[in-house]
Design a protein around this ligand. Structure first.
Ligand SMILES: [Zn+2]
Length: 447
């Protein structure tokens, strides 16, 4: 069992990186079998629990599910005592870099960003997230450190830098910055590979391929305005040719592009030019959603982040925030009406560590429109389908987000039944009593 607090681990990394490396790697890969007995299983799909089941984990996979299984020799047996056994959660729109006040993100150094990133991934794991799709940031080395066993954290689907145009969603320069054409410097987030600014087809191709070179599993762009940034909400960013260049480059690498876009105009530009997933989409209408449904395009919305007051917004930004929050009410009405299914689960919490630790409230906010079973499906087998869109660039190409034979052993034990009372997930420390990722147990308070 590995139980390391991120801060403890950080100092361990600083002092003992070399001597510890072998030990961590061993702990992360040298698993014997674990047999869960007497568990009520939510398999990631069904609306009902399969009661009193046994689930056998060997190595990093689930190898057998049955009413009764004889434990293999040397196996650890865990009596679940009718607790709910679910797949680990998957977050589709998360930010592992930048969980700090925005000023820190702009002016601290990359090491500080990395240390806070190491804390952030620990928060995700403690809340039951065994996989996250990062939506913009230089997370490549963070992912590597987790995969190699140095840091406890979820599987990461890295997008690398968020790519936009000059003056677009990822352009964080201030008025004090000289224009690029006059030799002006980029801001730190661009210099560190968390954001990229590209104009015209050659630059878009280069920026996209830079992320692929680093190991991105998908590409994240913003082709319309935002809220907390300077760009107006109503603008469409990138021409059709620029969007197409990006999606072509991603397709050539065997993967896809997802785009931050709130408005119908932005989404239409994106999906008509090869984008396969829309982040937010709050101001969409029925016509565009029907097109998306017909063409199997994903919608990745977030609720909690709009219901919370975002601190530090100016009047203009507050107006934009209110507009998209209102729009989302209508959006979900249309989603329900047309039976739109490719709906992801994610939080989009960024620059806000205090809200981040409350991330599981997202499950509860969604009950305004969806049943607990629908929400849990979004956060497990549904999101797993979205992760698989990474195709040839999928870093974890096995079965994810389900309790099934042959699936990755990403498993939670929950005290209570979240299909009946999803609120229990908001107290993860108490109610998520066991967390296993890739066959390794990271937390176990089962008596
Ligand atoms: Zn985001």
């Amino acid at each position: 069992m590995i139980k390391l607090r991120p801060f403890k681990l950080l100092s361990a990394i600083a002092i003992l990186m070399i001597t510890c490396s072998m030990l961590f790697a061993q702990q992360a890969t040298n698993n014997s079998a674990v047999l869960f007995t007497n568990a009520n299983v939510f398999d990631g799909q069904s609306e009902k629990l399969a009661e009193g089941m046994s689930v056998l984990v060997e190595g990093n996979k689930i190898t057998k599910i049955a009413k009764s299984i004889t434990p293999p020799e040397g196996a650890t047996v865990i009596d679940a005592k009718r607790k709910t056994l679910t797949p680990g959660f998957i977050g589709a729109h998360e930010h592992l870099i930048g969980q700090m006040p925005f000023q820190d993100a702009m002016f601290m150094d990359t090491r500080y960003m990395g240390y806070v990133g190491a804390w952030t991934v620990g928060v995700y794991l403690k809340n039951g997230f065994t996989t996250v799709r990062d939506m913009g940031g230089n997370t490549f080395s963070l992912k590597m450190a987790i995969d190699r066993g140095y840091i406890d954290g979820p599987r990461i689907y890295s997008s690398g830098a968020l790519i936009t145009q000059t003056g677009g969603h990822a352009d964080h320069r201030t008025m004090g910055n000289s224009p690029q054409l006059a030799g002006g410097q980029w801001d730190n987030l661009v210099l560190w590979g968390d954001c990229a600014i590209a104009d015209g087809v050659p630059e878009v191709l280069k920026a996209t391929r830079e992320q692929m070179r680093m190991g991105a599993s998908q590409i994240k762009i913003a082709n319309a305005g935002g809220i907390a940034e300077g760009d107006p909400l109503d603008i469409v960013e990138w021409t059709a040719e620029e969007v197409q260049a990006c999606t072509q480059a991603a397709t050539d690498w065997g993967t896809y592009v997802t785009s931050h876009t709130y408005t119908k105009e932005g989404v239409d530009r994106a999906i008509k030019n090869g984008v396969k997933c829309i982040e937010h989409g709050n101001l969409l209408d029925e016509e565009t959603l029907l097109y998306m449904k017909e063409h199997d395009i994903w919608l990745s919305p977030q609720v909690m982040v709009f219901k919370n007051e975002i601190k530090g917004l100016n009047e203009e930004q507050k107006k934009k925030h209110d507009e998209v929050t209102e729009g989302q009410e209508k959006l979900f009405d249309i989603v329900k009406k047309i039976g739109y299914k490719k709906l992801a689960f994610g939080t989009d919490i960024v620059t806000d560590p205090k809200t981040l630790v409350r991330m599981n409230e997202e499950f509860v906010w969604r009950t305004n429109w969806f049943t607990p079973a629908e929400i849990l499906r979004q956060a497990t087998s549904g999101n797993a389908e979205l992760m698989a869109l990474s195709g040839k660039r999928n870093p974890y190409p096995g079965k994810l987000g389900v309790i099934d034979e042959g699936a990755y052993a990403d498993i939670l034990l929950i005290d209570g039944n979240p299909l009946k009372d999803i609120k229990i997930l908001t107290d993860a420390e108490k109610n998520i009593v066991l967390i296993m990722k890739d066959g390794v147990i990271y937390k176990n308070t089962v008596k």
